[in-house]
Each structure stands twice: as C-alpha cells, then as structure tokens.
Design a protein around this ligand. Structure first.
Ligand code: NAD
Length: 314
C-alpha cells in the first residue's frame, strides 16, 4: 500500500512538474523600468543575450546618459569577447544597442511586453504607484519583477491584481559582471512564473538561486549584518578600519575588506537597508544603527560614488 502511494505521489508530482515546465513562459520582449545603475546593466545584459528591450525612465536626458553608459560597457565586453576580430566586436555592439528602445512612458510600452523588470528608486510608495498603473496597461500574461534590495516583494506585488505573476529578480552590481541573480518567490508567486524567471536568468548567462520573500533574501541578509558588525567593531575602538579590512582579506580570504566593500556598495544604501530592518525588528542587535555610519551619510560621504566614505578616492 505504502509502495502504491509512493508511486502515485511520484507520478503525480512528476507529471505536475512536467506540466508546470511545459507551460513556462519564454520572455522575448523585456521592459526595464529605471535606467540608473542597475536598470542600465539589466537592459544591457538582456539585449546582449538576444532579447528585445524597452528601457524606461523619467526623462530623455537620463535615457541618453544610460544608453551612453551601456555603449561604453558593451565596447569593453566586445573588446574581450572578440579580441582578434574588431569588425565582429563593432557588429556585436551595434546589434545589441539596436535591440534597446527607450521611452519616458511606461504605460505605452508594457502592453506588448512579456516581462517588466523594475529598477527604480528604493521606495515602497513609488514602486506601488508604478506597478498599480502598469497593471492596468500590461497584457494578461505579462510577468512583473522587482529588483528591490531591501523591500518585501509581497508588499510591492500587493499593488497589483497579478500576485501570481509577480516575483523578485535581484541582480548584483555591476550587472554585466556579477553572475548571481536571486529569484524571489512569494507565497502568491506561481510555480510557472518562478520557473520562467529561473530560465530567464540562465538565458542572461547568470546563475539563479531561489529564495523566499525574507528580508535581505540571501546575500544582503548575510552581508549587511557583517558590514555593520565591522563598523561597530571600529566604532568601539577594538581595531582600526585598515586592520579590520586586512584581517578579513588575509584571514578569511575575502577579496575586499568590509570598509572597502561598504564604500563600494554605498554608505547610504547600507544605512537604508539597516534602518529598514531596524524598524521591522528593533530587538535584533545585528540591525542596530551605527552612529559613525549615520554621521558619514549626513555629511554626504557615501563611499566611491561621492569620492569619500570610510576611505578617500581620487
Ligand atoms: N545599486 C545597487 O548596488 C543595487 C543592487 C541591487 C539592487 N538594487 C535596487 O535596484 C533599484 C534601482 O537601484 P539603482 O542603484 O539602479 O538606482 P539609481 O538611482 O541609479 O536609478 C534609479 C532610476 O530610476 C528612475 N526612476 C525613478 N522613479 C521612476 C519612475 N516612476 N519611472 C521610471 N523611472 C523612474 C530614476 O530617474 C533613476 O534613473 C533599487 O530598488 C535598488 O534597491 C540596487
């Protein structure tokens, strides 16, 4: 009897897995909303891997800057990829750029897109407003994904009527170089949506990992408390920031120390994530704010992007 039951369960689960796979969506046309640091990278990688991309931002000026950034990045990729063939390199750059159209009106492009990847400001209200609007204009089959680093995907998806076609797609900076994508499945995300996004990430040449809709997902949940513990160690005067960086590089084999990494990520980004988690769970000692981090952010010393953070940059 137990054997029969096991066989039945096995055959039902394998046939349901097969039917979920059979129904997976191949995303051919992708709309990326937000042409900043992350959106530009996502658009570049999607176009370079054969997808048609619509890139959306608030102004033509931002879009022009983004396209310039994409072209520069593509030239670097092409130089390596086609080291002995400059003509093929030029062709690759031109072809990829021609696959990216731009627009300042998201509603006018999403009606014919298979996937929307949102990479706008890290603000729940702004993201909710955007998705509530897009939900009205996008086709029925269109899947929505957010690249948020710190907000709950469920809270963003709730602004739409397509929670089953909504997930997190968390890329890492710089997108053309970093191999990882975290695919976030909320309790409402359908298996078909989830599997289609795993396949899409692979089609981009990335390595996807799956995670539930938990604060920080995998990487930031481990990384941000580590960075803030390093800052607290320095704050207490237990060790200098230089020695902490050296210790983690030589003792733990990390390629960068925590202060170098915080400068790279951005002190404001680190503070923003920490503050959000602190509000959610003020008891957790790992989520306590840091006076030094708050002071540097207030002085606009945000790391590499402003030229000064824990260290100075030329
Ligand atoms: N920077 C990182 O290292 C990183 C890494 C992973 C995820 N993220 C997440 O990606 C998202 C974007 O981050 P970023 O660093 O690229 O930010 P960014 O500031 O570089 O770019 C955001 C862009 O969105 C545009 N924008 C804002 N509101 C808009 C709207 N309603 N419609 C269209 N465009 C709009 C802005 O004009 C800007 O160009 C955030 O949610 C962030 O948490 C960032």
């Amino acid at each position: 009897m137990a054997f029969v039951t096991r066989q039945f369960v096995r055959s039902v689960s394998s046939s349901s897995a097969a039917s979920a796979s059979a129904k997976k969506i191949t995303f051919k046309h992708v709309t990326v909303i937000g042409a900043g640091l992350m959106g530009s990278g996502i658009a570049q990688v999607a176009a370079a891997t054969g997808h048609k991309v619509a890139l959306v931002d608030l102004t033509e000026d931002i879009l022009a800057k983004s396209k310039k950034r994409i072209e520069e990045s593509l030239r670097k990729v092409a130089k390596k990829k086609f080291a002995d063939n400059p003509e093929a390199a030029d062709e690759f750059v031109e072809k990829t750029l021609s696959s990216i159209s731009t627009s300042t009106d998201a509603a006018s492009v999403v009606h014919s897109t298979d996937l929307v990847v949102e990479a706008i400001a890290e603000n729940l209200k702004v993201k909710n407003e955007l998705f509530a609007r897009l939900d009205k204009f996008a086709a029925e089959h269109t899947v929505f994904a957010s690249n948020t680093s710190s907000l709950q995907i469920t809270g963003i998806a709730n602004a739409t009527t397509r929670q089953d076609r909504f997930a997190g797609l968390h890329f890492f900076n710089p997108v053309p170089i970093m191999k990882l994508v975290e695919v976030i499945k909320t309790p409402m995300t359908s298996q078909k949506t989830f599997e289609s996004l795993m396949d899409f990430s692979k089609a981009l040449g990335k390595h996807p990992v799956a995670c539930k809709d938990t604060p920080g997902f995998i990487v930031n949940r481990l990384l941000v408390p580590y960075l803030s513990e390093a800052i607290r160690l320095y704050e207490r005067g237990d060790a200098s920031k230089e020695d902490i960086d050296i210790a983690m590089k030589l003792g733990a084999g990390y390629p960068m120390g925590p202060f170098e990494l915080t400068d790279y990520v951005g002190l404001d980004t680190t503070k923003f994530i920490l503050d959000g988690w602190h509000e959610m769970d003020v008891q957790n000692p790992l989520f306590q704010p840091s006076p030094i981090l708050n002071k540097l952010v207030a002085e606009n010393k945000l790391g590499k992007k402003t030229g000064e953070g824990f260290y100075k940059y030329k």
